[in-house]
Design a protein around this ligand. Structure first.
Ligand code: C5P
Length: 228
């Protein structure tokens, strides 16, 4: 059961669009909980790699999810940390090959269903900012405010590349761009919960906007939404 009395703001969009940064800033501003839903798919991908389970093997992936001892906590900076069997794997799940595997295993409908409850448990007073691909369409369809961020693949590749270098993950911009295109295609065309804006989402194209500008627009939308 969802705790529908608690407000939710969803921020969806493709990889590298900056939704994680905006969601993080917003959760800090409002002092609300934060759900980085991509991390949950990444934990499964990480655990599957360790257990040598293929991203196509949905039966064994489901058993893995049922036995998974993953916990999440948010530090003073508002960053969501992920632990697997008490080991902090926050940095390890950021590796590009884990992102690719997460994207591959997230196409299985049964896996998406199995992860719904875990995501909805983040909805706790006084509110939740949730970022991902299907937060507004599937996981929290009753969200008070739905934002969909978009940007050109080139702009997203440059941002993602910068982020990875800052995390000391060495990859070329060309490889990051190729992965963004591949993941976009898979996320947008999968049969269940494809990446798309909810009908009632506000779409913001961030290609030429700074983080501060995007954040200001999202805060404005939340202010407007409260006075409706
Ligand atoms: O956002 P992030 O890059 O961490 O997500 C990794 C992958 O997990 C995405 O490419 C997407 O396929 C999948 N995902 C999803 N639904 C979400 C969040 C992430 O399918 N709500």
């Amino acid at each position: 059961m969802q705790n529908t009395a608690t407000p939710v703001i969803t921020i969806d969009g493709p990889g590298g669009v900056g939704k994680g940064t905006v969601a993080h800033l917003l959760s800090k501003r409002l002092n609300w909980h934060l759900l980085d839903s991509g991390s949950i798919y990444r934990v499964v991908a990480f655990a599957a790699e360790k257990a040598a389970i293929s991203v196509d093997d949905s039966d064994n992936l489901l058993s893995l999810i049922n036995a998974l001892k993953a916990t999440f906590s948010t530090d003073d900076e508002g960053i969501m940390h992920v632990f697997l069997n008490k080991e902090d794997i926050t940095a390890r799940i950021r590796e590009p090959h884990i992102g690719q595997a997460a994207s591959q295993l997230s196409v299985h409908p049964a896996i998406r269903t199995a992860l719904l409850d875990c995501q909805r448990q983040f909805r706790k007073p006084k509110g939740l900012v949730a970022d991902g691909r299907d937060m507004g369409t599937v996981v929290f369809p009753d969200a008070q405010l739905k934002i969909f961020l978009d940007a050109s693949p080139e702009a997203r590749a440059i941002r993602r590349h910068r982020q990875l270098l800052a995390q000391a993950i060495n990859v070329t911009l060309k490889d990051v761009f190729a992965q963004i295109i591949e993941r976009d295609e898979r996320d947008r065309t999968r049969a269940v919960a494809p990446l798309k804006a909810a009908k009632d989402a506000i779409i913001i194209d961030t290609t030429t906007l700074s983080v501060d500008e995007v954040f200001a627009q999202v805060v404005l939308q939340w202010d407007l939404c409260q006075h409706k």
